[in-house]
Write a protein that binds this ligand. Sequence first.
Ligand SMILES: [Zn+2]
Length: 207
Amino acid sequence: MSELKNLLANNRAWATRVERERPGFFSGLTHQQRPKYLWIGCSDSRVPANEIIGLMPGEVFVHRNIANLVVHSDLNCLSVIDFAVNELKIQDIIVCGHYGCGGVTAALAPSAGRVFDHWIRHVRDIAKFYRSEIEIESSLDAQSRKLCELNVAVQVVHVRESPILQTPSARGVTVHGWIYDLADGLLRDLTPMIDSVRALAPNATVR
Ligand SMILES: [Zn+2]
């Protein structure tokens, strides 16, 4: 319980500091939010969206789940994309994965029959589809890194192909694929990888 009290104390200190540095910051956010970006990332505690891209509350709309998946039937994620595009008028969507992702690495191991395994079945499907690209990597770590990259690329394609992005109101929306390295705290743009996935998946109708 004392640890939770610490969290509340941390919050008071943070709010005080922000208000001191930027008077009126919180009252300015109470009536509306105008984030310029939608971030779709992993739930992993080491990859907090706002912190790693240096943005304050109000500047990035966030959806996170294990392994940063965009599943065609996931109404949670799809609702976030819909709201971002049609209400917030966001023009840039970032799908961000990370190396060392537990959800992705677990997809390279046998299923333990947990609920979690149902979720990462989506990643297993990617691992199967791109098996030859993954198996040329010699170590499990390298295979996991490759699958982390492929997973981002496929999720980017899923966003681009979603019906929401086919509507006129989504014209001009750009979907980016990034990956974060826990080892150095840096983001990398995976655009070349995404272009190769497009070639590997000829049935994909992406733009
Ligand atoms: Zn992860």
